[in-house]
Design a protein around this ligand. Structure first.
Ligand code: C2E
Ligand code: MG
Ligand code: MG
Ligand code: MG
Length: 286
């Protein structure tokens, strides 16, 4: 009997794996199609100065608008894009689209302190040409690199080597800023952090979500803020969903915050309507 049920379990497991592979294939086909038909759009999640609650900029978030991708967000499809060799094309599409809208709106010129954060795959660190590509695009679209912050997820830094660091350093030398995204979920030892040429730490949403004074997440947040402080990294709290979390983070001295309590990701036309956000004139909607 045990043998029998073991076999059934195995079949069940097998089917689950099979279904996962099918879903991945379907997503990859849709992504390919979406790249060819421009079925992507960008959302802008406002980032606020925690002290003044003034807008500091926004994080760009990718959406696939193909109907068959309903309910499937970047958390799912970015890893598929990486696995099926499409991520570089997607990252480039996003970067170029962001540069285009920044140029046509004059957002960075009108708000010199603003920063637009763009997520890039950690794979870009393996591409020694990536800094040149960035520089060329920034020049082509007359975008000041100082206005752009590139986010790399911390969990993806496990195998980082000297050549990856070199790529990051060259990106920074061009004037772009770098952020470590989802910080606290990876395995970066605090004493290794200074190897990474970054400007900003984004404290992962999982620590902020259940944050209240005295809880174990609060201890973690304190530790991250203290290390960021000594290395002079700017800090961003991700996923702020309540007033209490915001108040606590302000007391703890976190610099910036984003999250549903402050604002959900917005379409460009709505982002530029926020108080304090200036643009040249009405710009094409994205
Ligand atoms: P991320 O960079 O950590 O982005 C933050 C994610 O958390 C976003 O989900 C955002 O909508 C969500 N979020 C922010 N605040 C809250 C909150 O208060 N509550 C809740 N429940 N969620 C919140 P999204 O848009 O699904 O993005 C997921 C991930 O996909 C991103 O994580 C990023 O790693 C990746 N991603 C998104 N856009 C791009 C892109 O253009 N290129 C690349 N390479 N990756 C991207
Ligand atoms: Mg991010
Ligand atoms: Mg994040
Ligand atoms: Mg994330």
């Amino acid at each position: 009997f045990a043998k029998q049920s073991g076999k059934n379990q195995y079949k069940f497991f097998d089917r689950q794996v099979q279904e996962k592979i099918m879903l991945k294939r379907k997503i990859s086909t849709t992504l390919r199609y979406a790249l060819n038909t421009h079925a992507f759009t960008l959302m802008y999640m406002p980032i606020y100065h925690i002290e003044s609650l003034e807008v500091a900029g926004a994080e760009v978030l990718l959406r696939c608008i193909d109907p068959s991708m309903e309910g499937i967000g970047p958390d799912q499809f970015i890893s598929v894009a990486e696995e099926f060799g499409m991520i570089k094309e997607i990252d480039l599409w996003v970067i170029e689209e962001v540069f285009r809208i920044l140029q046509s709106s004059g957002l960075c010129e009108s708000n010199p302190d603003f920063r637009i954060s763009v997520n890039i795959s950690a794979e870009e660190m393996n591409d020694i040409h990536f800094p040149d590509v960035l520089a060329k695009l920034a020049q082509q679209y007359a975008v000041s690199p100082a206005c752009i912050e590139l986010e790399i997820t911390e969990t993806r830094l496990v195998d980082i080597d000297a050549s990856n660091i070199d790529v990051l350093q060259r990106i920074r030398a061009l004037g772009f800023r770098l952020a470590l995204d989802d910080f606290g979920t990876g395995y970066t030892a605090f004493n290794q952090l200074y190897h990474y040429p970054v400007d900003q730490l984004k404290i992962d949403r999982s620590f902020i979500n259940e944050l209240h004074e005295g809880c174990k997440h609060a201890v973690m947040v304190d530790a991250i803020l203290s290390i960021a402080n000594s290395y002079q990294y700017e800090t961003v709290a991700e996923g702020v969903e309540t007033q209490d979390q915001l108040t606590l983070l302000r007391e703890k001295g976190c610099d910036l915050a984003q999250g549903y309590f402050l604002s959900k990701p917005l379409k460009w036309v709505h982002f530029v309507e926020l108080p304090g956000v200036k643009i040249y004139e009405s710009s094409p909607s994205a």
